[in-house]
Write a protein that binds this ligand. Sequence first.
Ligand code: GRF
Length: 187
Amino acid sequence: MSRPFLAILGSGKGSNFEAIYRAIQQEKLKAEIKLVISDVADAGILQKAEQFHVPHFFIQAEKFEKKTIALLQKLQVDLVILAGFMRILSPNFLAQFPNRILNIHPSLLPQFPGKEAWEKAWKSGKKETGCTVHVVAEKVDQGEILAQERVIILPHDTPESLHQRIQQQEHQLYSEVIQAYWEQINR
Ligand code: GRF
């Protein structure tokens, strides 16, 4: 089986990128990260990419999609991995990579779509939440669900402590799902 070329898109600190990078180093995920792209100039994800010697680019909002599509096509990227990426991609962008864009979301979708999902879960009084890896579709947080991991909401949790435990699950889950999804679509 071939190893997919990955592009990682993120706007934040990049802990999911780091987990994917380490899973590849450990041969748990058989893939190659071709580049990291961020729409935030000083995002932690770009600093991590620099540290790991992964090609990385900051692309401004106005030119984001045009430049990104050109780069991904040039580098023959197979899968686009959204990891804390805060922009909504247009139907035109999605059409360039049909069923090839994955996202991770910090709740058990369809519960708590949108921003700060861990805080919404914490405020809801529910006993559990979690994370979801899904295929990206036009409607935000609504594409096909590939996998979910549960996280218990503890009585002494704060939104921050809950988010931290959700992220621990994310770091495990995302690489496993990328590997399984690539095998599934190449069967
Ligand atoms: C994660 O919690 C992810 O579920 C959400 O954004 C956060 C990104 O964190 N989409 P990081 O930048 O990977 O640390």
